[in-house]
Design a protein around this ligand. Structure first.
Ligand code: G6P
Ligand code: ZN
Length: 544
């Protein structure tokens, strides 16, 4: 079983985005497309030769084929051991957990997260480094640079490995371990949260919840943890069977893409608690009875209450949020007397802060929340954290959040997405806006005084690396804020994201509809960027 050298040539466009290389399945199916990228990982990460690698994905279409290709290439590239979730399944946080627990040199995570799957859908591949987190930019840049010069890749002629059989197999010198994808992750969760208290909550019979796995990877994880270990009634997990095309749905847990679940939290028979996760299990949406918790608020509430859970009983050392995430977390950090770091969008920016022991919790407006327990955001972790708080406080979700606002004030928040717009027009819009920012501070927009306006750049406090052009910020004197940014995760055209936030300290004004509270700022944001004239869109496609 000698390695075979296959001639290839560079394929343009293999630059990893916010979260790995994400393209249409059809693109990945082109000859040499996956191979070029995987070989570029091996060529730039020499520690993988003789090392161990975790491999798994969210089970979407092409997952199994990709794993077979990667395993043959790993063997040919001298990898010593691969750890693979049975059936090729690993949620993104579970992959991170395995990399850390077994001390591997990294992992390949196969997912396009919340993007639709199936033959006409999306696929993705992401390299995670030995801390369990997404590769930092210097690594993704090196991989990309390699894809531009690649001339050959290494593989083997071999029959497919058996992905269903737990235990050890061999492919030449490569040792293949097929693991239960759920067990290690579930054990980790059990070590962080008060499972007895949560079990008691379910046993009481007074508490009803549903978890929507959206036919994606979290089904088996949620069934094991919620229904088996915590004793929630069977059927608590809905859409729990992973499907290659996610049942035709869009596995993105938000108010637009999970309407059935949202409906279950309303009306006479409303659930007490509902939650959902995305394609690869790293996102979460939290709902109470008739009540939606924004991801930004969720991060702030978890931070303020962390000491009520066993895993964080000693409190938190610091917090981080991505720049467009609302500043609700900053207020908690201030009261706790800890730092709140503001990073660019993308989980990878939290890695150094976590590794350096500067933060315990972190989160993003894009339905991502996580902590130092792994190096990815973690959907089920957030759900269990909320369950732990509900069990401890014996209060409703709404009550907990309203108490939080009373204490810290409320950050009204919304994100408006203009999807699939002309990429050039969107880039021109951002470029022109950038040019108009200097000199804006001190003037007024729509009657509001601008306190600052800038093109967000980040210097990592741990390694000093810098990332420029991470979004345009306009901050107002009354603590309102507008942020403009182009998405880095789309696969067609461009998506303009406009993030709008206002702060309200007066509890008497915490009951407004978000839309009402933000209407004046929304108007300013649309007008200032000339969205309709430039993109031909009168309204956003998705509001979250
Ligand atoms: C992925 C990343 C997140 C990011 C999100 C949105 O989920 O892991 O870190 O916040 O995509 O990114 P985008 O560039 O589309 O706004
Ligand atoms: Zn995801």
């Amino acid at each position: 079983m000698d390695p075979r050298i296959v001639r290839t040539q560079p394929i343009p466009g293999q630059k990893p985005g916010t979260s790995g290389l994400r393209k249409k399945v059809r693109t990945f199916e082109q000859t040499g497309y996956l191979e070029n990228f995987v070989q570029s990982v091996f060529d730039t990460q020499p520690e993988l030769s003789g090392g161990a690698l975790v491999i798994g994905g969210d089970g979407r279409y092409y997952n199994r084929d990709a794993i077979q290709t990667i395993v043959r290439m790993a063997a040919a590239n001298g990898v010593r051991q691969v750890l693979i979730g049975r059936g090729g399944i690993l949620s993104t946080p579970a992959a991170s957990c395995l990399i850390r627990k077994y001390g591997t040199q990294g992992g390949l995570v196969l997912s396009a997260s919340h993007n639709p799957g199936g033959p006409n859908g999306d696929f993705g591949i992401k390299f995670n480094v030995s801390n369990g987190g997404p590769a930092p930019e210097n690594v993704t840049e090196a991989i990309y640079a390699r894809t531009l010069t690649i001339e050959r890749y290494l593989t083997l002629e071999a029959p497919p490995i058996d992905l269903e059989q737990l235990g050890t197999q061999r492919l030449g010198p490569l040792q293949i371990e097929i693991l239960d994808p759920v067990a290690d992750y579930a054990d980790l969760m059990e070590s962080l949260f008060d499972f007895d208290a949560i079990r008691y909550l379910f046993d009481s019979g007074l508490f009803r919840m549903r978890f929507d796995a959206m036919h994606a990877v979290t089904g088996p994880y949620a069934i094991e943890i919620l229904e088996r270990r915590l004793g929630a009634e069977p059927g608590t997990v809905i859409n729990g069977e992973p499907k290659e095309d996610f049942g035709g749905g869009h596995p993105d847990p938000n108010l637009t893409h999970a309407p059935e679940l949202v409906a279950m939290t309303r009306g006479a028979d409303a659930l007490d608690f509902a939650a959902a996760s995305d394609g690869d299990g790293d996102r979460n949406m939290i709902l109470g009875k008739g009540f939606f918790v924004t991801p930004s608020d969720s991060l702030a509430v978890l931070a303020a209450n962390a000491h009520h859970t066993p895993g964080y009983r000693n409190g938190i050392v610091g917090l981080a949020r991505s720049m467009p995430t609302s500043r609700a977390a900053d207020r908690v950090a201030e009261q706790l007397g800890v730092e709140c770091y503001e990073t660019p969008t993308g989980w990878k920016f939290f890695g150094n802060l976590l590794d350096d022991g500067r933060i315990t919790l972190c989160g993003e407006e894009s339905f991502g929340t996580g902590s130092s327990h792994v190096r990815e955001k973690d959907g089920l972790w957030a759900v269990l954290f909320w369950l732990n708080l509900l069990a401890v406080h014996q209060q409703s979700v709404e009550h907990i959040v309203r108490n939080h606002w009373q204490r810290f004030g409320r950050n009204y928040y919304a994100r408006h997405d203009y999807e699939g717009v002309d990429a050039e027009a969107a880039e021109r819009l951002i470029d022109d806006l950038r040019g108009r920012l200097p000199g804006l501070a001190g003037t007024t927009l729509g009657g509001r005084e601008v306190a600052f306006a800038d093109d967000f750049a980040y210097t990592d406090p741990v390694d000093g690396s810098t990332s420029a052009h991470q979004g345009l910020r306009i901050g107002f004197a009354d603590e309102a804020r507008i942020v403009y940014r182009l998405s880095g995760t789309g696969t067609e055209g461009a998506t303009l994201r406009v993030y709008i936030e206002s702060f309200e300290g007066d509890p008497a004004r915490h009951d407004l509809e978000t839309e009402t509270a933000l209407a004046p700022l929304v108007a300013i944001a649309r007008e200032f960027a000339q969205i309709e004239a430039r993109l031909g869109r009168v309204a956003p496609d998705v509001v979250t």
